[in-house]
Design a protein around this ligand. Structure first.
Ligand code: ADP
Ligand code: MG
Length: 672
């Protein structure tokens, strides 16, 4: 008999009817031991308490019947299969099996009454029929039955039998025994209603436990980090003066404050892990530049990583203009030729201070920095616990470099403590001066002609425009096609404008060329999918048209809008919506019209839609656990925090048991 927290130690092979093939299937479902098996919770339940007479059952629903077998016949032909005729006092029904032969069914006409559960269909030829119904035996007598999220190749009844065995391995004295059992084998239909909403006390207890374990993990990561050592950075006044002159503008109060917060971290002799949240256009790059200057002055190498080639190249150009020729600035992306890459690689291996800008290619296995002191990650959108830890690991490989993460995804304060507890956070909550606010308008798609006239007028002179087409229908038309259609339409409608298109299916080289043309003023309108979402900086682009904004999240819309309003002239954002708008969509779009403050939008979105759908939280991978799901369970965060605080006082061994149970991959990362 095992206790709940010992279950990860019990292997799946301990169960009956569990061979290597089954283990492989379970592994694919993320189930590697008995604990994970028992935490694979039902996705629903079926009420199989009532046996109905055949005469009373209706096609399209699932029923439990108790019948006698009257006749069994194998089908001819290569496909095989067989038919079975059954009846009860009220009527007849046929059962069809596609692959099995009669001798493989495990019952005969002499078997006596059998319980079958399955969906009833109607066939003109045979009347009521069931296809591959489940046969209930003594072990799964009528009752309420759990349905599991498993693949086709695994039958529900087999999975249920494994669960039953696993439950038997758990000691009856363990309070978790009752909890887990209530979830897998509910005793009454009232429980099922709660279970289906994930509000059953047993589920709630487990969810709180998992969220608490995630908190605990963050506590530990943070502590491990505070024990590690890194180089301390002395502030150099002279170089600071130099870079400020190069920038050519004076910093906002928020930029100054955030820079001081970062410098204070760097002065410590432990590795920094800080997240800077700043709305699009809040000037994160300048902050990065000032910090990088200090690191370079100290003789360190600095790596700056951007999520895409396009953004990395833009960043490279900007950094070059600020830092060269005083400092070496190199570029590294997957697109470089082998020979070019080799040159960069060998530069990084010398210990000379330099600024390396690039994509993920910066952290590939074969890249060796000999003197890396600071890593800056720009526009990071994914920062679930796992990603953060992986990143730390990467940094750790580089002798505890300091890490600075910058993102335009605002996480409301209500959540950030729980989700990002291991990160220090800074907020850039001020716009650079002289920036006009963007005028946002809602226009219905049936006024598109009017809009085209306006676009034509807008593009006389220096002004440029983006026209963004998101996904049309989930599976029907891919976004690239939507943009292509609009692109053709616009070229016909406005032949006098210079229009081009970029989307993910266009080659990187072509995309890059188009982007430069747009930047240089050789194009008037850029039709795009949401690939232009982050970071692209063209001050003369002052009109942003977004089609079907009702299909995008507030986060994406806010990011897209941030592509304009980057110069001194008045910018506009037109939300070209399709009628009718749902009340929710109306509210969200008008929120967008009323405010440009990303944090206010995030708080509003949290209130309107819950954290899962909120500005970027889903895409950031935050708050997803084995059972817990923040979209559903955010209301339990406070209780989880209390539980985590209590756990933190518990003996070390108990904490580590709990962590191993809920966050089994933590070990891979926690090495300091
Ligand atoms: P983001 O936070 O979106 O990365 P950027 O760093 O790209 O923002 O800054 C947006 C624009 O504002 C850039 O053109 C940048 O040079 C400019 N900028 C940044 N800080 C200031 C400032 N303090 N005063 C004036 N312009 C600034
Ligand atoms: Mg930026």
């Amino acid at each position: 008999m095992a206790y709940f927290y010992d279950l990860p130690k019990i292997e799946l092979s301990q169960l009956n009817d569990m061979g290597p093939a089954s283990i492989k299937l379970l592994n694919q479902l993320g189930i590697n031991n008995i604990a994970e098996l028992l935490l694979h919770l039902p996705r629903g339940y079926e009420d199989r308490r009532l046996i109905l007479p055949i005469a009373h059952i209706r096609p399209g629903q699932k029923y439990l019947i108790r019948v006698n077998v009257r006749d069994m016949q194998n089908m001819a032909g290569p496909k095989g299969g067989c038919n079975v005729l059954v009846d009860d006092e009220s009527g007849k029904l046929s059962i069809r099996y596609f692959k099995l032969k009669t001798h493989q069914l495990g019952y005969t006409t002499a078997s006596g009454p059998i319980l079958f559960y399955g969906e009833v269909k109607y066939s003109a030829r045979t009347g009521k029929e069931m296809i591959h119904p489940e046969r209930l035996r003594a072990t799964n007598a009528p009752g309420i039955v759990a349905i599991y999220p498993v693949c086709e190749t695994l039958s529900q009844s087999r999975f249920r039998k494994w669960i039953a065995q696993a439950l038997d391995l758990l000691s009856k004295d363990d309070p978790y025994h009752t909890l887990i059992k209530q979830i897998h084998v509910p005793d009454c239909i009232e429980s099922v209603t709660l279970l289906e909403d994930f509000k059953h006390p047993a589920q709630v207890k487990l969810i709180i436990e998992e969220l608490a374990a995630q908190h605990l993990k963050l506590f530990h990561v943070r502590r491990t980090q505070s024990l590690a050592s890194a180089r301390s950075l002395e502030f150099c006044q002279e170089q600071d003066k130099w870079i400020r002159q190069r920038l050519g503008f004076s910093l906002t109060g928020a930029q100054e404050r955030v820079i001081n917060e970062i410098l204070a971290d760097l002065y410590q002799s432990r590795p920094m892990l800080r997240l800077v949240q700043g709305d699009v256009g809040s000037g994160k790059t300048a902050v990065a530049a000032l910090i990088a200057t200090q690191a370079l002055a100290a003789g360190w190498q600095v790596a700056v990583m951007a999520p895409t080639d396009l953004l990395a190249e833009q960043l490279y150009q900007r950094m070059q203009s600020w830092f060269e020729p005083s400092f070496v600035v190199v570029f590294l992306s997957g697109r470089l030729k082998k020979s070019e890459r080799r040159v960069v690689h060998s530069l990084l291996q010398t210990s000379q201070p330099l600024l390396a800008i690039g994509t993920h290619a910066l952290f590939q296995e074969d890249v060796v920095f000999s003197n890396l002191g600071l890593i800056i990650i720009d526009e990071q959108h994914r920062f679930g616990v796992e990603q953060r830890l992986a990143l730390r690991n990467k940094a750790a490989k580089e002798a505890e470099a300091h890490v600075l993460i910058m993102t335009a995804t605002p996480i409301p304060r209500t959540l950030s403590m729980s989700l990002l507890g291991d990160l220090d956070q800074s907020v850039l909550d001020e716009r650079p001066p002289g920036r006009q606010s963007i005028i946002t308008r809602l226009i219905s798609l049936d006024r598109i002609d009017e809009l085209c006239d306006r676009l034509h007028h807008h593009c006389q002179g220096q002004h440029r425009a983006y026209w963004v087409c998101p996904l049309i229908e989930e599976s029907e038309v891919i976004p690239a096609q939507a943009a292509e259609l609009r692109f053709d339409w616009l070229r016909n409608r406005l032949p006098e404008l210079r229009i081009a298109i970029i989307h993910g299916r266009i080659s990187a080289v072509q995309r890059h060329a188009t982007m430069s043309q747009f930047q240089n003023g050789e194009l008037d309108v850029l039709v795009a999918t949401t690939v232009i979402e982050v970071g692209v900086d063209v001050p003369e682009a002052t009109l942003m048209i977004i089609e079907n904004p009702e299909r995008l999240g507030l986060a994406q819309l806010h990011q897209l809008r941030g592509r304009v309003g980057r110069g001194a002239d008045q910018s506009y954002c037109i939300l070209l919506f399709q009628q009718p708008l749902s009340p929710m969509a109306t509210e969200r779009l008008s929120l967008l019209r009323q405010t440009e403050d990303g944090f206010a939008l995030a708080e509003a979105d949290l209130r309107l839609r819950g954290p899962g759908e909120m500005l970027g939280v889903r895409q950031s991978g935050l708050g997803q656990g084995r059972i817990a799901d923040l979209e559903r369970d955010a209301y339990l965060l406070e209780q989880a925090r209390t539980r985590a605080n209590a756990l933190f006082e518990a003996p070390e061994s108990e904490q580590s048991t709990i962590l191993k149970f809920w966050t089994p991959h933590a070990d891979e990362y926690s090495k300091a």
